[in-house]
Design a binder for this molecule. Structure first.
Ligand code: SF4
Length: 351
């Protein structure tokens, strides 16, 4: 009994000391580096929880985060694996709070994605977040993945200077194939949009990237000439991925089964394009484990089981707790070259 009281008293004293010195220590840790700050917070948390032990398994650092802040899109790609299951978008101040928390936990790169990120508030919501991440959070890399159809020159004039990389999705250089895939809105040309955005990227000094999903409709295509002409800093080539609840299964909004290709077919495509030096291949397994995906509620999505299992929101439980349920494989992230030259200032581009 007596020893229990002493233990409680000791925990209380340690807790109070932590509170008193927290501000001072946080400043010191920030000065020493963010990793130390993260470690320090974990120790404080373990003391507060009464564990009194230093955690033994390292918490992954959210170095590079993909924030899918909206699920809405103006395209209807048949294999889409982040579909419009909700129309929810966080109020901008809450989104900024979450982004700041991620920065404090070690985030260096943020990628905004969707749905189509330029759809919500005609790109203004996105523009404000891009500006906030570069100007206030001073992140080394701020990027966007978009289908390119809703971007305007005015947007580049207002926000281009805060953006490092813009990736535009393009799966085919034949309009009919894009139509079959659903990679366009009505009869508007996806390729015209792509070329327009490409020239704005040069004009406003934003690094240009292309993302392609290889599927049954484009697996035989030869894209070498068009990719050479576009000259992106990176060409990400994904193998079409099936995710239960998104593009497969009873409740899914898409049926991607008809788009799926084998590993061999994917490899054939890669071999055909092997001379393209900026090509970065992403097999299904790499995609499942090596991305940190945040959904519209700022919940990490764990894709390891072939579906998207959400954590709690980082806004409710903090980054360190939520990231434990992200399924993120930090080693795989590094192995797939997830960390690269991602700040436009370091790319030495000829604009
Ligand atoms: S462009 Fe296609 S793949 Fe991307 S979010 Fe829209 S429907 Fe999905």
């Amino acid at each position: 009994m007596f020893s229990t009281e002493i233990k409680v008293l000791l925990q209380f004293c340690v807790g109070r000391l932590c509170c008193i010195f927290e501000g001072w220590l946080a400043k010191l840790c920030t000065w020493l580096g963010i990793t130390t700050l993260v470690y320090y917070r974990r120790i404080v948390k373990s003391v507060e929880n009464g564990a009194g032990e230093t955690p033994t398994t390292p918490t992954p650092t959210p170095t590079s985060v993909n924030y899918h802040f909206t699920r809405q899109c103006n395209y209807t790609c048949g294999f889409c694996f982040h579909t419009a299951k909700t129309s929810f978008v966080l109020p901008i101040e809450e989104a900024k709070t979450g982004l700041r928390m991620l920065k404090d936990s070690g985030m260096e790169k943020i990628n905004f994605s969707g749905g189509e990120p330029f759809l919500h508030q005609r790109g203004n919501f996105l523009g404000k977040l891009v500006q906030f991440c570069k100007q206030e959070l001073r992140l080394p890399s701020v990027s966007i993945v978009s289908n390119g159809s809703l971007i305007t020159e005015k947007w580049f004039q207002k926000y281009g200077e805060y953006l490092d990389i813009l990736a535009v999705s393009c799966d085919s250089f034949q309009e009919e194939t894009n139509a079959l895939i659903g990679r366009r809105q009505g009869k508007k040309s996806h390729l015209d949009n792509l070329h327009r955005v490409r020239s704005w990227c040069s004009e406003y000094r934003v690094a240009f990237k292309v993302n392609s999903v290889i599927n049954t409709f484009n697996v035989k295509e030869d894209m070498r000439d068009q990719i050479r002409e576009l000259n992106p800093v990176r060409w990400k080539v994904f193998q079409c991925l099936v995710i239960d609840g998104e593009n497969a299964g009873e409740d899914a909004l898409r049926k991607a089964e008809q788009f799926v290709i084998s590993d061999e077919e994917f490899q054939d495509f890669l071999d055909r394009h092997s001379e393209i030096t900026c090509l970065v291949p992403e097999s299904n397994q790499k995609m499942r484990d090596s991305y940190l995906i945040l959904d519209e509620y700022m919940r990490f999505l764990d894709c390891r089981e072939g579906r998207k299992d959400p954590s709690k929101s980082i806004l409710d439980v903090g980054v360190e707790n939520a990231i434990q349920f992200s399924g993120f494989d930090e080693k795989m992230f590094l192995k797939r070259g997830g960390k690269y030259v991602w700040s436009k200032a370091d790319m030495r581009l000829e604009w």
